[in-house]
Design a protein around this ligand. Structure first.
Ligand code: HEC
Length: 388
């Protein structure tokens, strides 16, 4: 009797211990849970685009949405399809880089294998807050883009849109931010600014404001049709690439004292190639542009230049691509003074395969800029370097 009793107690103890060990294991970092491991990864790398009002189809803002799409997520992260980040993180790191490490991918795979445990649901981190209307702060002026009707015919549209605006005085602009209205259809925009010379433009609001880039064959025709030539037919000052937008991009603001653009009393943004993706129903887009004035006169000028096609340096050899052959092309530019590089925006079209940019210092040291091993036309970010 005694022996059996002890035995029972013994069994009981073993059982008790095993429960303790099981609990301990469950809290161990090798068992990933949504609250502890998965939510932080998703919120940082996916939710900025995968939330209501953004163009991505799925929202990932709670456990249920992530759990029910876990297999799809596993597929896209293992195949490096998402998060979209074309730059090779082994080559250079950038600000706001969205890259999953091998350890994060393995953690996600393990979590799926374990049937997606939620963990302690009271410890799910709060959703990051996303700025409504501006990623930079409170603008000095908000300028509406004319509301654009979007046809529900499943076709892409590429428009040139004029966004005229007047200021009381010549003003330095520190940042210009495009805020998409209908994020379901706005794909990207490359925006320049024209500054009209004083006395040469009576009415900045004349002309059509919008033209379909496929219909107007020359730039001059297009400019005429939207009324951005001076009244005497001459060209106003063009400031290139002052505002750009792509899904997931943040407004660009350079460190205080670096760069600013001079706007006059009469100006217009020129949204070239405002690309609306296909829509299944008739709808509208009412985007707008935020401008931020520079508080101080910048002590370091900002200069943007383009290398390659239409840029300051030619492509070598000339850009002729024979069929069925992968060809390589280069372009090089000599800079004779010290500069800081703030942003880089590699650009190729659908035939691009890979892209690499680097600088050589006078002592022939290589300064790595960017490597895109697998070019993807859909993700052409303006990427910012970590330090300036
Ligand atoms: C820069 C914005 C952006 C980020 C960041 C992003 N996505 Fe996406 N994602 C998109 C867009 C836009 C689409 C729709 C693509 C399309 O329609 O071609 C998409 C599509 C998807 C799809 C659907 C694929 C399909 O064809 O069904 C999945 C799944 C997905 N993303 C998962 C993720 C995950 C997981 C992360 C983070 C690890 C992530 N995404 C980060 C923008 C983003």
């Amino acid at each position: 009797m005694e022996a059996r009793f002890q035995n029972n107690v013994g069994t009981c103890l073993v059982c008790f211990f095993s429960i303790v060990i099981w609990f301990a294991c469950n809290n161990d970092s090798s068992t990933p849970t949504y609250s502890k491991d998965i939510a932080p990864i998703i919120y940082k790398n996916c939710t900025p685009c995968h939330r209501p009002s953004q163009p991505a189809h799925y929202a990932f803002i709670n456990y249920e949405q992530v759990r029910s799409n876990a297999d799809k997520i596993l597929y896209v992260i293992n195949n490096n399809l998402m998060p979209p980040w074309p730059a090779d993180a082994h080559y250079t790191h950038f600000l706001d880089e969205k890259v999953l490490t091998a350890a994060e991918k393995a953690l996600f795979a393990k979590w799926v294998e374990l049937k997606c445990p939620i963990g302690d649901s009271t410890k799910i981190p709060p959703l990051p807050s996303f700025a409504e209307g501006s990623t930079l702060g409170v603008p000095d002026k908000r300028i509406a883009v004319k509301p654009i009707p979007i046809r529900g015919d499943f076709r892409d549209q590429f428009l040139l849109i004029k966004v005229p605006f007047e200021l009381l005085n010549d003003t330095l602009l520190r940042a210009v931010e495009f805020v998409p209205g209908n994020t379901r259809v706005v794909h990207h925009v490359n925006g320049d600014m024209v500054r009209f010379e004083e006395g040469k433009k009576q009415n900045v609001f004349d002309g059509n404001w919008v033209c379909d880039m496929k219909l107007d064959s020359t730039i001059k025709q297009a400019y005429q049709s939207i009324g951005v030539l001076h009244d005497d037919g001459s060209y106003p000052t063009l400031i290139k690439s002052i505002v750009n937008f792509l899904p997931g991009t943040l407004g660009q603001q350079y460190p205080d004292g670096i760069g600013a653009w001079k706007a006059g009393k009469k100006n217009a943004f020129l949204l070239a190639d405002l690309h609306y993706g296909p829509s299944e129903k008739n709808t509208w887009d009412s985007s707008y542009i935020n401008i931020f004035y520079a508080k101080n006169i910048p002590y370091r000028p900002l200069k943007e230049f383009q290398m390659g096609t239409l840029g300051v340096t030619p492509i070598e050899p000339p850009l002729v691509i024979p069929p069925n052959k992968i060809s390589s092309f280069t372009t090089r530019y000599r800079i004779d003074k010290d500069i800081s590089i703030l942003t880089i925006n590699p650009h190729m079209h659908l035939l691009g395969k890979s892209f690499k940019a680097y600088a050589l210092s006078p002592s022939a040291d290589t300064i790595r800029l960017i490597h895109i091993p697998k070019w993807d036309f859909n993700w052409q970010f303006f990427i910012r370097f970590l330090r300036c």
